[in-house]
Structures are given as structure tokens and as C-alpha cells.
Ligand binder design. Sequence first.
Ligand SMILES: Cc1ncc(COP(=O)(O)O)c(C=O)c1O
Length: 402
Amino acid sequence: MQIDGTATALDAIVASPFARLAKLLGGIEPGAKPIDLSLGEPRAMIPAFLGPILQERLGEFGRYPPIRGIPPLREAISGWVGRRYPSLKRQIDPERHVLPLTGSREGLFSAIFPALARKDVAGKPAVLIPNPFYQAYAAAAAASDTEAVYLPAGSETGFLPDLNAVDEGLLKRTAALYLCSPSNPQGAVAGLDYLAKAIELARRFDFLIFADECYSEIYSDTPPPGALEVAHASQGNFANVLAFNSLSKRSGLPGLRSGFIAGDPEFIAAFGRFRNVACPQMPLPIQHVSVAAWGDEAHVEQGRARYRENLDIADEVLGSRYGYRRPAGAFFLWLDMSRFGGGEAAAKTLWQDSGVKVLPGTYLARVEPDGSNPGKDHVRIALVSDAPTTREALTRIAVRLG
Ligand SMILES: Cc1ncc(COP(=O)(O)O)c(C=O)c1O
């Protein structure tokens, strides 16, 4: 992929959407006081109860942490999973089913290596990635020299990949399917039937589901279903299914770098061995803080209320313009800019005329073999600001684009 005239070999494999946005808008003066809606960084209040724990545990920065995490952390995570998905109460064994991650991103990246090692395939192994997608999936495929197969996830298929469209030959050489629900950028939620279908395929063709559920707690009314509860309902175990989650979105703590992977015990064991030599441990004070954060829902509900308020503003200000529909989960709007020359042109216009920074969808997507790009017409807008800023930004967009 040639990004620009000076793209390096690395850029050709993975390119940061934000670096591309900076380049697109470089040299353009914003037409009003800037409002940045491009980055999905929650800007919530830090829960006050975390400070004293950190203070009390400061001395533990002086020790190397265990890669598998301290038992109270694994217990806190398994307890949370059981409360969030009641059918999983006491089903998640902290010893066998859970590993802490320093945020879900490093896990989503590094899990590809043990995933490739567990399955022998004829030909080149493949990894299935929804298109558009979170860029770490592509980085994992590139770094592991795995064929990345991008599955279109546009409006025709409810913004999720059409799993019936993947042919058997490909499924046989598939090591893993990344499934993002609620999805970034479209805000789509995979229902129980969809998850059941994905899991059935994974078990039939012995690949892994990497269920990226880091937006699972960001929803308006109905908590999105999880891959682990569906895996367990169908077969009484977690074979072939791994869920990734973190405190970044749930607790508004992206800087803490605290997440987990949970599911298939054989894979968790293999990944634990791999991580022990290849991946970062979570600092002990952060582990203690994380125990408290997974144990509290009040601050999560406060965060959810803020996102709900922002979406109420979007309902009011945008109505049905630009293909707007209230997302079932996560905090992004995925707006159709085809009437305005596509996502890149619209991002430039909005920056230049209104000072609003949005992310062109094309930077989150890849060109399909037929030449189409499921992100080209869209922009992604992260509703992570406070309500007045959100109202101001969306109003500027509606005024400018009409
Ligand atoms: C879809 C998706 N997955 C994973 C992540 C990584 O989050 P973290 O590493 O903070 O858990 C993000 C962050 O923006 C994301 O949007």
C-alpha cells in the first residue's frame, strides 16, 4: 500500500490512521476553534478510589511482576465476567481461563503467534479480518507473515462480515477470525445467532475466534452479548473462543494499560508460555488498581450515561442525515459522506471550514480484491467529549454540510 511518495517498507505494511490524518490536514488552518473528534480516547473522570491504592502499592514498582498476574487480579476478572454474563458465573477458572494483558491491543497483536503454532494448514495460513477494522489486527497478520483476508463489513451485511460468504478452502487454512463487537468504527453489535455461527465455524474448521469486546460496556440500553457466553451455551466449554477486554473504554482508563484475554484453556496455557518470554507484564501497582476497577460498576454506569447523553445529542442534531443511526454499541458515529466527495474530502472540508477533526473511514479499511473500499465514503466520529463540546461539534458539521 503506497501511502504517499515517501512511504517506507513499514508504512506499506501498517500505516497509522492518525499519521495519515495529520498528513491530510497538514498545512490547513482550521476554520474555527478546533474540536478533535478523531481519536477514540475516553475522557472520563478517573475513579477517585484508585488513587489511594496506587499510593499504597508504589513500592511494588520495584519488583518484576508475574506474567500471569497476581491471583486477586485473575479472580477479579473472572468475577467480573461472571457478573456481566450471568450464565458464566463461576465458569471462568482464574487459573485456566484468564491472562492479564497490558491493554487489549498488545494481546490482539501477539495472540496471532501461538494461534499459528496450534494449527497445521496446507498452504499459507490466513487470518480473517473485518473491513474496516482496528489496525492492530493487520499489524499482527503482517508481522507473522499470515495472509490477511479482509471481510467486507458494510451496510449490506449489517456492518458485520458475512460469515456465509467465506469459502471452505479459506476456512481450512484460517488460524483466527478477529471479530469486533461492538465494532469500531461502525458501532454494530453481533447478536447471539451471529456469534453462534462464528463459533460453530471456528470449531468445525478448528480456528480461533479472537473476540475483541473492548467496547462491551459502552451501550445505550441493552448490554451486548459476549462470545464466551455463547461458546459456553453451545458446548459447555470455551474451546476455540477467546475474548479480549480492557479497562480502557469500560472504566475510561486507556492510560492504565490494563486488560485481559479469557477463554479456551489450551490456548490460554500456550499464550501464557509465549507471553512469558515475549510480552509485557502488567506492573504490580497497576494490577492492584485493576482489581478495584473490575470490582466497581458505579463509575462504569457514570461513563455510560455520558455516552448516552452524547448519542441523544447526535439523535437530535443529526436526525437521519448522513445515514446516521444510533450505534448499538461503542461511542463512534460512522457517517456516510458520499454526497460530499467521500470521507477524505469531507474530513478536509470539516477541518478547513468548521475546525472539526474527524477520521476518514478509508484509513480504517483496506481495498477489497474487487477494488471497492468499504470505508471510503465514511468518516468516523468519536463522541468522547463532554456534552456541550459534542453539541457544538455536531452542530458545526450539520451547519456546514447541510
Ligand atoms: C476495536 C479496538 N480494539 C482494541 C483497542 C485497544 O484498546 P486497549 O489496548 O486500550 O485495551 C481499541 C482502542 O481504541 C479498539 O478501538
